[in-house]
Design a binder for this molecule. Structure first.
Ligand code: NAP
Ligand code: F7E
Length: 330
């Protein structure tokens, strides 16, 4: 069988937030980028519309192993980044089996496809701070025990360990990035950061009256997605694969996110935020804050964007979007 292409990367989840930023980074580095996209009745290429003529799209689904084998055989990438998942925690409570099929077993299907087609392919798995859940220590590191609190978190723990297992069983160059929450103007509107930034912008323009939220006391270590995709790439470039926590080391509550977002537009969030039970979760993750010491010392990775800057960037982008100054979310 022919060799793989040395500077070719395949990304699953290319139409998602991280997929779009990683594609930009890899194109800048001179890669051929192949994006695996599942079939849907309408295309969801908003985040990669500005990149579409520079990438190759291949059809496939994490639920279908044959499609993954075929995509690898056809395009022969040197690196595979597995960013695809059912990634919304709230949905995972309502669709736990689908979440397990995609976010957990999907990882095995892809690792197995790599083992079958070309075990020299380097692999990145999108692991998550949700694996820490009801945290066993503060801050969380690569050695903190997992205690997931949602079907999504449980599925990510499986994905993490199957990645470690294929590394140890078959010698795959498989790394797992334990990324804490990372956001951007391209974040899905259902996640709390974007829900707040978009609502603050809409309220300031008189297009929305209130913002209904759940638990304002949850604390997260929020960073910028554009910074975090660099850590993914750096992991794959190391001589040895490994697991790395990627975070800012700072934690802030949902309430603080609201305060900053509304204040950025000269408003007080308390005048607009309404607590709604519908957005509370059956089990909550109360506090996440990581220690990225290993990523700093071994990968030389540091985040550039801080919390305040992130909130301002998202609110400004939503204001531009609503005022028609931005065409899409590029
Ligand atoms: P996202 O915006 O929700 O994107 C998810 C991607 O997965 C989309 O491209 C989606 O395609 C694709 N997908 C879903 N089911 C699929 C299937 N069965 N087959 C193929 N593709 C499928 O997520 P994100 O924020 O970019 O996150 C990227 C990855 O990092 C995810 O695995 C997520 O769980 C993980 N993660 C995210 C964070 C964070 O804070 N953002 C933190 C830690 C880990 P469609 O466009 O067709 O829906
Ligand atoms: O919730 C609270 C909610 O949905 C953050 C995913 O990318 O990061 C993300 O998962 C917090 C939670 O993200 C609302 O209860 C209050 O405590 O923005 P979120 P998440 O659950 O932390 C991890 C690292 C991932 O891996 C995931 O893929 O905000 N919250 N009120 C709310 N959350 C939402 N969505 N909506 C509310 O109205």
């Amino acid at each position: 069988m022919a060799e793989h292409h040395p500077r070719r990367a395949l990304i699953t989840g290319i139409t998602g937030q991280d997929g779009s930023y990683l594609t930009e980074l890899l194109l800048q580095q001179g890669y051929d980028v192949v994006g695996l996209v599942r079939r849907s009745s309408t295309v969801s290429f908003e985040r990669i519309a500005h990149l579409q003529d520079r990438i190759t799209i291949v059809s496939g689904d994490l639920l279908d192993e044959a499609s993954l084998i075929e995509a690898l055989r056809l395009h022969r990438p040197a690196e595979v980044y597995n960013l695809a998942a059912q990634s919304f925690v709230q949905t995972s409570f309502g669709q736990p089996v689908l979440t397990g099929e995609t976010t957990a077993l999907g990882v095995t299907r892809l690792l197995d496809a790599i083992r079958i087609v070309d075990p020299s392919i380097r692999f990145y798995q999108a692991s998550s701070s949700e694996m820490f859940g009801k945290v066993r220590e503060v801050p969380q590191t690569e050695t903190t025990p997992f205690y997931p609190r949602s079907p999504y978190g449980v599925a990510k723990v499986y994905g993490h360990w199957i990645t470690v297992n294929y590394r140890e069983s078959y010698g795959l160059h498989a790394s797992s990035g334990i990324l804490f929450n990372h956001e951007s103007p391209r974040r899905g509107l259902e996640f709390v950061s974007r829900k707040i930034s978009h609502a603050a912008a809409a309220i300031s323009l008189g297009r929305q009256r209130e913002l209904r939220l759940g638990n304002l006391d949850a604390k997260r270590d929020w960073g910028f997605a554009g910074d975090y995709v660099k850590a993914m790439w750096l992991m794959v470039q190391q001589d040895k694969p490994g697991d790395y926590v990627v975070c800012t080391g700072e934690t802030h509550s949902v309430r603080e996110f609201c305060e900053l977002a509304f204040a950025h537009l000269g408003m007080d969030y308390r005048d607009y935020v309404v607590i709604d039970e519908a957005f509370m979760r059956p089990a909550e993750v109360d506090l996440l804050v990581g220690d990225a010491g290993r990523a700093a010392s071994e990968l030389g990775w540091h985040r550039a964007v801080g919390f305040q800057q992130l909130v301002a960037m998202m609110v400004d982008a939503d204001l531009d979007l609503l005022q028609g100054k931005l065409k899409g979310i590029s």
